[in-house]
Structures are given as C-alpha cells and as structure tokens.
Design a protein around this ligand. Structure first.
Ligand code: FE2
Length: 423
C-alpha cells in the first residue's frame, strides 16, 4: 500500500459503521475495512476523524470570481445591477486576468477539500476569452481538481444577437455542459424555444445540461416544467440539472407539488445556491420577506436529487465568500430549516455524494475501486464539521496529497473551563 488512513469515520452514501482503515495504492482506494494490517509507505492515524470523498462545488462562476475589486461596485446589491456591471466589465477582461482569478478561487476550494467543480462560463462573448481561459485552467489544475465547464449564455440564447451561434461555438470549443437562462429571454415563447435548443444540442452532442432556471421571484416563471418535459421526452434523466429554481418558493402549493412530482419522475437534478439566492432574491419585497431559496427539503422528501453550489465568490453579484463548501451547506441548512438530525446529515450529502450524482461522476466515493479523492476533516461527524467548519487537514487527489491545513488552536488565559464539543 502507498497510504493507509487509519481509524476513519467515513461519510458516504453507504458508509460503513464504526471506525475503518482506508488503504490507497496508486490512484485508487483498494480497501475500506477495520484493522488493515498491511505495510504502507505512509500511515495517517485519523483518530476517529471524518473522512469523505472530495467535496464538490457543482455550481460556481470562475470567470467572474474575485473580480469584485476590479469591477464597478454594485451599489444596490441586486441581481440586475450585477448583470449590468458584468456586461460593462466583460470587454475589459483579458484571458490572463480570468485565468489568474479562477486559479486563485480553485486553490481556495481545493485547500478546503473540494476536488470537483462545475463552473459556468459566459458564452455571450464574440471573443470567447472566458471559455478559452477556463479550458486552459481546466488542464493546468487537473492534478488537483476536475473541472466541468458549462457554456452559459448569460445574456440569453434566443433574445441575444447571434446567441444561438455563440452557444454552438462554445460547445464546439469544448464545453462539457450546455447552459441556458430561459427566464431572462424576452418572452415565455422565447424561453421555451431556448430550452428546446439546449436539449437538442445536448442530446445530439452527448453532453450534460445545467440551466439557470427560474432565477427570479416571478411566480409566473415556469421553465422547470419545460425542463422536466424535455428530460422525459428525450430520456436524459440524471444528465440534466435545473439550477436555482427560486421561483418555486413563490409558487402556490398546488402547482409546486405537481411540479415536484414531474421533476422526480424526470429524474433530473436540482441545485440550490444559498449565498446568492438569499442575498439576491426578494429584493422588492417589504415584509413578510420571502427566503428566496427553492424548496430543498420538499424536493429531497419527494426523491429529487438536490445539491448546494457556492455560485459566486467575490463577484458583482455577491462580494463575499471564500470558497468553503461547508459554509455553503451550513447556510443552506439554516435557510431551508433543515435542523432535524437526518436533515443535518443530508446537508453534508448535498456537497458530496449527491453533488457527485449531479455531475455524473464515476469512481466517486469511499469504497474499494474508487479514485482516492479524499478529504480528512478535523471533526468527528457530519454535524460537527458543518457546525465548526474545521480545518481540512489532508486533501488527496488520485492518491496524492494536494493540500494540507494545520488546525487553528486557541488558548484562553486565566482559569478557562475545559470544553470538548459533543459529537
Ligand atoms: Fe449561477
């Protein structure tokens, strides 16, 4: 064996009970069982700490990440001003600038245990420098993170000059996933037409789909139903993802329940983005003020696969954030009132194995035969790591250590009460 992680508490879809050892040979996990006696080049005693497969950020915008200081400040903090700032800022962007910021954001995420990232890249740009930059970055960071690139038509497909051709060009260049934004198209008809085009392109090219869907407080915005219909008609199932779906928080219950049933039958995935959803939605409300995040708890209860994304990291839409998926899941937990014992654990699942299903990842998990993409937390359970956001002490990619962090230690002077958190 090359590495053995001893005495680990495993987090996974089907995690073993009790403490186990995880043996790694080359790029793969070869054994997950108690008391592995084999010799190994390196032995790390986890002393009961939590070990999971890499965390996943299934929805982020790396071409815009960390641009907040360079772009015009968003005075209102709204989604629409964010889009306007981005449109003004885009012509000034250079490929090197995008690459530098994206690599910084990726390294922030890797240091905090992320091994897989799906990034949307604005494809409404005749220069296509965002996509060129991200394709290069994808290759440059492949030793520590796997990147999926979504061709994201920020300014629409049907309602933007040359929008259809630009989307196809982005796909020709090598994007992995077809994006869309139907609620921003001029009319309902244009939104539906854009979805037909997105699904046809994905189906023909064998690509995945991830659409910014109904990212609006408008309860008349109903494109998730179109996505469900296209998914069923084409039999694409889990290859399809509807991101945001925040209008669902404003649908009347009768329609929301009917829709959730169709989303479940379609087998598509939903991604909620707590930072951006909470900060950007319901801006026109006085009080009561809507939460602005989709019905995560109800979707999960109905059997729909849901995951959480970071979405923005210091960009014109959200000026804060540090690329920590535990912080993302914790915020989602609070916003969706998921404080039941099993619900807390499921919030961790939404940044790990549930997000892996969304990204259609193979060889993911803590099991023999899976890739050794692993993270060791300085915490002992899913609930504890969500509560504390502790150091990710060891981060492995394909069996190689790609990041490590020493836990911070505090000392209280005087006569402190000795305190060990309950696990
Ligand atoms: Fe987004």
């Amino acid at each position: 064996m090359d590495i053995i992680l001893k005495n680990a508490t495993v987090a996974d879809e089907d995690a073993p009970e009790g403490l186990v050892d995880i043996a790694i040979e080359g790029e793969r996990i070869v054994a997950v069982e108690a008391n592995i006696g084999a010799e190994a080049g390196e032995v790390i005693d986890c002393e009961g700490r939590l070990v999971s497969a890499s965390l996943i950020d299934p929805h982020v915008h790396l071409d815009a990440a960390l641009s907040v200081a360079a772009a015009r400040p968003n005075q209102t903090g709204t989604l629409l001003e964010g889009i306007a700032i981005w449109s003004e800022f885009m012509p000034k962007l250079t490929k090197e600038d995008i690459k530098h910021r994206a690599r910084q954001a990726i390294d922030w995420e890797v240091a905090q245990g992320v091994g897989f990232i799906r990034t949307h890249v604005d494809s409404c740009d005749e220069r296509m420098i965002g996509l060129e930059a991200m394709l290069e970055v994808k290759d440059e960071v492949k030793d520590r993170a796997d990147i999926q690139i979504v061709a994201f038509p920020q300014n629409c497909i049907c309602s933007f000059p040359n929008g259809e051709a630009l989307l196809r060009r982005a796909l020709d260049m090598g994007a992995d996933v077809v994006g869309g934004i139907p609620h921003n198209e001029t009319t309902r008809d244009a939104g539906v037409a854009s979805m037909r085009l997105v699904f046809a392109e994905a189906d023909e090219r064998g690509l995945l789909v991830d659409v910014h869907c109904d990212e609006t407080d408008d309860s008349a915005s109903r494109f998730a139903e179109v996505m469900a219909e296209e998914t069923i008609k084409r039999g694409l199932g889990s290859r399809i993802t509807a991101s945001h779906c925040v209008a669902m928080h404003s649908y009347e219950n009768a329609y929301a329940l009917k829709l959730i049933g169709w989303l479940q039958r379609a087998g598509l995935n939903v991604i909620a983005n707590p930072f951006d959803n909470l900060i950007l939605q319901a801006r026109e409300d006085t009080y009561p003020k809507r939460r602005g995040i989709t019905r995560v708890k109800e979707l999960l209860q109905a059997g729909v696969n849901v995951s959480f994304g970071h979405d923005s990291i210091m960009d014109p839409w959200y000026p804060l954030g540090r690329g920590d998926m535990l912080e993302t899941a914790s915020l989602g937990l609070h916003a969706c009132q998921m404080s039941g014992v099993a619900e807390i654990d499921s919030c961790f699942d939404m940044i790990s194995w549930r997000a892996a299903k969304t990204l259609s990842l193979e060889d993911y998990g803590v099991r023999p035969g899976a890739n050794a993409d692993l993270v060791v937390f300085d915490g002992y359970s899913k609930a504890e790591v969500l509560r504390l956001g502790p150091a990710r002490t060891h981060v492995f990619k394909r069996g190689k250590l790609v990041a490590q962090t020493e836990p911070a230690r505090s000392e209280v002077m005087g006569d402190p009460v000795s305190f060990r958190p309950a696990t």
